[in-house]
Design a protein around this ligand. Structure first.
Ligand code: Z57
Length: 837
């Protein structure tokens, strides 16, 4: 349907063209208007929540205008676009980010003050958009910020979960999960009830022969679910570019009710059908680095992928270009294997619906997709059972088999008589039942495969994807080291530090060109600068101390060393190593005389993070941390020398408070297990040092900031396999200090010994897969070095300033430019730059 206004009527439109507020006065008038009309309230009935709503609506109006213009510009230029497919977008709060990216936070602050509100309290009203689990989802959010800020034509595609990641409560030391219903009032999304796609499931495949004698497949019958688009504007920083994140919501294809059934009096089953459909986008799976192969998860994946591809193809077809130009117009990035069915779906569209020949279709497909791998952990690699796919997506299974057949034939031609190679690389695992290996499908269906840090990219080439390097050659595999957006993770989370840095780098350019940070190093010996630097860190620690008091009820001294480990709870991330180390510290302090104790460096050990609801071991770790805290925090011998805190419900907005307040943070995964890590970058950028293993991006951080500025410890990735082998087949001596820790736990010092038995026997009796004992001594020694270094505050501050100055490489802008050039082949649109924020 042509919806464009005819030429003669356009004059009226242009005359009434809307523009956003320009100054404080304009802002206030928009806020009042929204309070009194949109919200139907008044000055006698306006609390902080109403102020938040009205303020958001005022900014939203501005965003929409730029967003429309950006989309028009992109359509007009019609250059190649990137589509970032991710099942997770961990966006956090939008208002603060919008104000800063637009460059009007000062205006809003003054305007809100005039109207009787503190901007900090208004910002606090917003519920986090928590449509993700951890690193992978937050990376996607940072990428959207960079794509918009760099003026790339790009869309994100995801699912509009009704429930994001659960809220974590700690009750009696245990994690309790509470549903996160976040959509009550969400001014940041726009329902597009006119943008819908019917998605098919189940059914059968019928074959026919067309006029050219070619076999054509028809996927028929089954069940239809409707996808409805919800659009979220993504503002770039200091640019009018505002990109789109499109999230799909599921609903019954027949509308609210099946009227036929309704009229027949079968009211219940018509509602049931609606509910069944809505279940698809109801809830985010709360696992990080683990796949469980549930049917509903596969339904989510296909629903989202099919709707997104339909949308992408529809946009391409409007241009009336020939199909072979599709990869010149469209780049699609697979964020992990979760969207891999897109490879199969595009092949199906081209083959069954558009009538292309297999080879031409397949060349279009492989030139379109890129695949990012985020893990080598075997339990996280996706596999779907053949019978399940057969049942849910019968045509797709046929295409998968065909893709595999042609792939294996090509391998056989290149490497004749290597049957074992064929078995290893096959997309189908010959197990009972047979399984589809999604990573193999993603590799075969893409033109580039990348890891997310140098070590990780090397590891995938030499271990899990080794055979594919032999087959496709090394050029198909590449590294793009992760990055973070300095807008949220410095400017927004740490405004005073951002201000101080801009006073030394000559303005805010470092926020769009993070290498500008290196200018800070020239001032490392500037007394006034160092003093202000230290004052900012202390203020950030005081703010966190307040939060700790209100949320955990523990009083901590802001001048103590703040030691932070916040991330998903997982055995490979080794929070157990940290808490065993804390117990060791406690025992050491207890054994000292009061005089000796006075010489010790006071420390606050801060933990935070969610355990997957079904991950029993991770939940035991949380319980142990809380149990240790209860004893240590109430021990009068210890006082302020050691406090142990578990912060409930770690999420993006809490990270913005916690990260700027850290002195030392822990990134202590077993070497070779953490693909990159991104919080390591956030901590260093905020003037905190890190203790870590030689894993993931820690290695590149060390290279950039210098090894004097980081506390590395532990075994290397190259030795992990041998150590594990030795545990299983040789004798396994537990570190004596660690043994003492175990004995103390077993004595009941921290309560119920039963609960913690499994944590101990994982190390002592079950092969210590994560090398906790092997790394314990080195960990404890390195923590002693941290204490020592911290006592020399002057040198410590020098380390912090030097490190921040050298963090330019870890901007997600650098990372996105690498993807754009090396994988997507897209270019930024030229846009008039706005005044900086
Ligand atoms: C996830 O958050 C990550 C990898 C996964 O395979 C899944 Br599933 C979830 C994380 C890695 O564990 C981090 O090391 C990495 O920094 C992050 O993805 C972003 O690449």
């Amino acid at each position: 349907v042509e919806a464009s206004i005819p030429e003669p009527q356009r004059e009226a439109w242009l005359k009434h063209q809307v523009s956003g507020f320009k100054d404080k006065d304009g802002f206030e008038s928009e806020v009042v208007r929204h309070v009194e009309t949109t919200l139907a309230r008044s000055m006698f009935n306006c609390d902080e929540s109403a102020a938040y709503s009205a303020c958001s609506l005022a900014f939203r109006d501005r965003l929409i205008l730029e967003w429309n213009r950006t989309q028009q510009r992109q359509t007009f230029v019609d250059s190649k676009r990137l589509y970032y497919l991710s099942l997770e977008f961990l966006m956090g709060r939008a208002l603060d980010n919008a104000m800063l990216n637009i460059g009007q936070k000062d205006v809003a602050k003054a305007g809100l003050a005039d109207l009787g509100f503190r901007i900090e309290d208004v910002i606090e009203q917003e519920h986090d958009a928590a449509l993700g689990n951890g690193g992978l989802g937050r990376l996607a959010a940072c990428f959207l910020d960079s794509l918009a800020s760099l003026n790339y034509p790009a869309w994100g595609y995801g699912l509009r979960y009704r429930y994001g990641i659960f809220k974590q409560e700690i009750i009696d030391g245990y994690q309790v999960e509470v549903p996160d219903y976040w959509l009550d009032f969400n001014p940041w999304e726009f329902p597009r009830h006119d943008v819908t796609v019917d998605i098919q499931f189940f059914g059968i495949v019928r074959k026919s022969t067309n006029e050219n004698g070619r076999t054509v497949s028809h996927w028929e019958g089954g069940e239809i679910v409707k996808a409805v688009a919800y659009d979220v504007p993504i503002p770039g920083y200091a640019t009018p570019s505002t990109n789109n994140l499109r999230l799909w919501s599921s609903t019954a294809a027949s509308g609210e009710f099946d009227f036929q059934k309704f009229n027949n009096g079968d009211y219940e089953s018509s509602v049931a059908e609606q509910q069944r459909a809505e279940t698809i986008s109801a809830v985010l799976y709360p696992n990080d680095n683990l796949e469980r192969g549930k049917e509903l998860r596969l339904k989510q994946q296909y629903f989202w992928v099919a709707a997104s591809l339909y949308d992408i193809v529809r946009r391409f077809k409007k241009s009336k270009r020939p199909w072979r130009e599709f990869p010149d117009q469209v780049a699609i990035q697979l964020n992990d294997t979760h969207p891999t069915l897109a490879v199969v779906e595009l092949q199906r569209i081209l083959l069954d619906l558009e009538g292309l020949e297999w080879d031409e279709a397949w060349s279009i497909v492989t030139n379109t997709f890129g695949y990012t791998n985020h893990t080598v952990l075997p339990e996280a690699l996706e596999k779907w059972s053949v019978p399940l796919i057969q049942h849910l997506l019968p045509r797709h299974l046929q295409i998968i088999y065909e893709i595999n057949l042609y792939f294996l034939q090509s391998v056989e031609r290149k490497f004749p008589d290597d049957r074992e190679l064929l078995g290893r690389v096959s997309i189908i695992e010959e197990s009972q039942p047979k399984m589809v290996r999604m990573a193999h499908l993603a590799i075969v269906g893409s033109h580039k495969v990348n890891g997310v840090a140098e070590l990780h990219s090397d590891l995938i080439k030499t271990t899990i994807f080794k055979d594919f390097v032999t087959i496709f050659g090394p050029d198909k595999f590449t590294n793009v080291t992760n990055g973070i957006t300095p807008r949220r993770w410095l400017h927004q989370a740490n405004p005073r530090l951002s201000e101080l840095i801009s006073s030394k780098t000559g303005g805010k350019d470092f926020l769009t060109d993070l290498n500008e940070l290196n200018k800070v190093e020239l001032h490392v010996n500037d007394k006034a600068f160092r003093k202000e630097w230290a004052a900012i860190k202390l203020a950030n620690k005081e703010r966190l101390a307040k939060h700790i008091k209100t949320s955990a009820g523990v009083t901590v001294d802001p001048t103590a060393l703040f030691d932070v480990q916040v991330k998903r709870i997982h055995e490979y991330k080794r929070q157990q190593l940290n808490i065993f180390g804390v117990i060791h510290r406690y025992l050491t302090l207890k054994a000292m005389s009061p005089e000796e104790r006075k010489e010790q460096q006071p420390r606050v050990s801060i933990f935070g993070g969610k355990a997957a609801p079904g991950y029993w071991m991770a939940k035991q770790i949380i319980h142990l941390i809380n149990s240790v805290g209860k004893v240590v925090n109430n021990d009068e011998d210890i006082g302020d020398l050691l406090k142990v805190v578990f912060l409930e419900d770690y999420n993006v907005s809490k990270a913005e408070i916690i990260i700027p307040a850290s002195d030392i943070s822990e990134h202590i995964s077993t070497a070779g297990t953490e693909a990159s890590g991104t919080s390591n970058m956030k901590f260093v950028l905020n003037g905190g040092l890190i203790i870590g293993t030689c894993d993931g991006a820690n290695i590149e951080i060390t290279r950039e900031i210098g090894e004097n500025n980081i506390f590395l410890f532990g075994n290397l990735a190259e030795d992990v396999e041998d150590l594990r082998h030795a545990h299983t087949y040789g004798s396994h001596e537990i570190d004596p200090d660690l043994n003492r820790v175990f004995q103390e736990i077993e004595k009941g010092t921290f309560g119920s010994t039963q609960d913690f038995a499994a944590l101990i026997s994982a190390v002592r009796d079950h092969g210590d897969y994560y090398l906790v004992s092997d790394d314990f001594h080195s960990y404890v020694e390195t923590q002693a070095l941290v204490d020592e270094a911290y006592r020399n505050q002057e040198e410590w501050i020098t380390k912090c300033i030097t490190s921040v100055a050298r963090m330019g490489f870890f901007s997600s802008d650098r990372c996105i430019n690498e993807y754009a050039e090396g994988i997507w082949n897209i270019e930024p649109l030229r846009v008039e730059k706005e005044e900086g924020a």
